[in-house]
Write a protein that binds this ligand. Structure first.
Ligand SMILES: NC(=O)c1ccc[n+]([C@@H]2O[C@H](COP(=O)([O-])OP(=O)(O)OC[C@H]3O[C@@H](n4cnc5c(N)ncnc54)[C@H](OP(=O)(O)O)[C@@H]3O)[C@@H](O)[C@H]2O)c1
Length: 363
């Protein structure tokens, strides 16, 4: 059983190392600096599983975690799409000019810039609007593209960027099927040997007014958007508990799990369920050092809603929301990395909204 106050310290002891962050009598710890903060967000070597990684938010978040140092298993049903996304991510991390190690504490001596320009399939940009500045002195390039292992089961005779990068794995997984989930995790076990982070992201929508909604429209959304979060979450959490090294689970909810919208009874009920499931998981898994939080996005243009958002009605609707625009995928990154890393070590059972304040309304 783990100390209830600690979060994950998985994959090579990336947790607190005593070099910063302690309390002082004056309330100010002089050892806390840029390197400390980058260490807190560091995900080097951790193994992340992202469901629904073949498009949209999942593809983007898989890329973000990979760029943050994770080994990433990308899961979804469309194998070819997964391969295309993974290929793009492999190119991005291979092209990274600087992976920003945290070995040095002089925060002012250097301004290396991470300038990635890769895109994932279907025009979803892989975080390339983040021209992050590395302020650590003498930051060493840790060679994100240096891994040369092969991806189990995907060899085709020619070596792709993905195959030559053991940090990425694609697995087909229908989250509605227990056997498919277990088979996919068995492949992840074989390739990476552990699971430290799960992003429970796969989801569908089937908008229909309440009076007209069919059994299939209700059940299909609830199966994918709620039951599968339990199913995949259980598979990942069992591994994290067995590893006895903690972990972080991020369930992708929605602002529609809190606010209400016409035509979304199935989706809204499922996402509200995800939020309460998140709290239950957090309550029961805390003793094992596994943190479980929900991330609740507002509108982001993806396959799920692009047609609506680009319609005249959609544009008018979004313009009327408090932020006045849809989110940009890179605007999910801060919340994702906070919940996934030790920087969020004391955040558990929470719902983090990334919606530009869309639900605030106003008088
Ligand atoms: N976009 C938004 O504005 C927004 C807002 C709030 C919340 N969200 C949530 O964010 C998550 C991602 O949505 P998105 O907008 O990125 O939509 P998207 O582009 O349509 O992506 C959905 C992903 O889920 C996967 N998926 C669907 N059913 C699956 C199944 N049975 N098994 C495995 N994977 C499945 C899809 O992959 P395959 O088809 O290849 O299986 C795809 O990768 C969803 O949970 C959604 O509810 C989105």
């Amino acid at each position: 059983m783990r100390d209830k106050s600690t979060a994950s310290d998985a994959a090579g002891g990336k947790g607190g190392d005593g070099s910063g962050g302690g309390d002082s009598a004056a309330g100010v710890d002089a050892t806390v600096g840029g390197a400390f903060f980058r260490r807190a967000f560091c995900l080097d070597g951790r193994v992340a599983v992202v469901t629904g990684a073949s498009s949209g938010l999942g593809a983007h978040m898989a890329a973000t975690l990979a760029r943050a140092g994770c080994k990433v298993a990308l899961a979804a049903r469309r194998a070819a799409r997964l391969e295309a996304v993974a290929e793009s991510i492999a190119e991005v991390i291979a092209d990274a000019t600087d992976t920003g190690t945290v070995a040095n504490t002089n925060a002012s001596a250097n301004t290396n810039t991470v300038a990635n320009a890769g895109t994932v399939a279907n025009a979803n940009t892989v975080a390339n609007t983040n021209a992050g500045t590395n302020t650590g002195a003498n930051a060493t390039d840790t060679g994100a593209a240096a891994d040369t292992g092969t991806v189990a089961g995907t060899g085709t005779g020619t070596t792709t960027a993905v195959e030559s990068n053991s940090r990425l794995l694609t697995v087909t997984m229908d989250v509605r099927e227990r056997d498919a989930v277990e088979a996919a995790f068995a492949r992840i076990d074989a390739h990476f040997g552990r699971v430290d982070i799960l992003v429970n992201n796969a989801g569908v929508a089937a908008p229909r007014r309440f009076l007209d909604m069919s059994e299939a429209e209700w059940q299909g959304v609830v199966d994918t958007d709620l039951s599968a979060v339990w199913r995949v979450g259980q598979a990942a959490a069992r591994r994290m508990v067995a590893q006895d090294s903690g972990g972080a689970i991020i369930n992708i909810a929605s602002m529609l799990g809190v606010g209400v919208q016409r035509g979304q009874a199935n989706y809204g009920a499922a996402k509200a369920g995800v939020i309460q499931l998140t709290r239950s998981m957090a309550l029961e898994l805390a003793r094992h050092g596994v943190r479980v939080n929900a991330l609740a996005p507002g509108y982001f243009a993806t396959e799920m809603n692009r047609e609506f958002l680009e319609s005249a009605r959609g544009r008018e609707y979004v313009a009327g929301l408090l932020p006045g625009r849809a989110g940009r995928l890179h605007e999910l990154d801060g919340a994702l990395l906070l919940l996934a890393s030790d920087a969020g070590g004391y955040i558990n059972g929470s719902v983090l909204s990334v919606d530009g304040g869309a639900l605030l309304g106003g008088l």
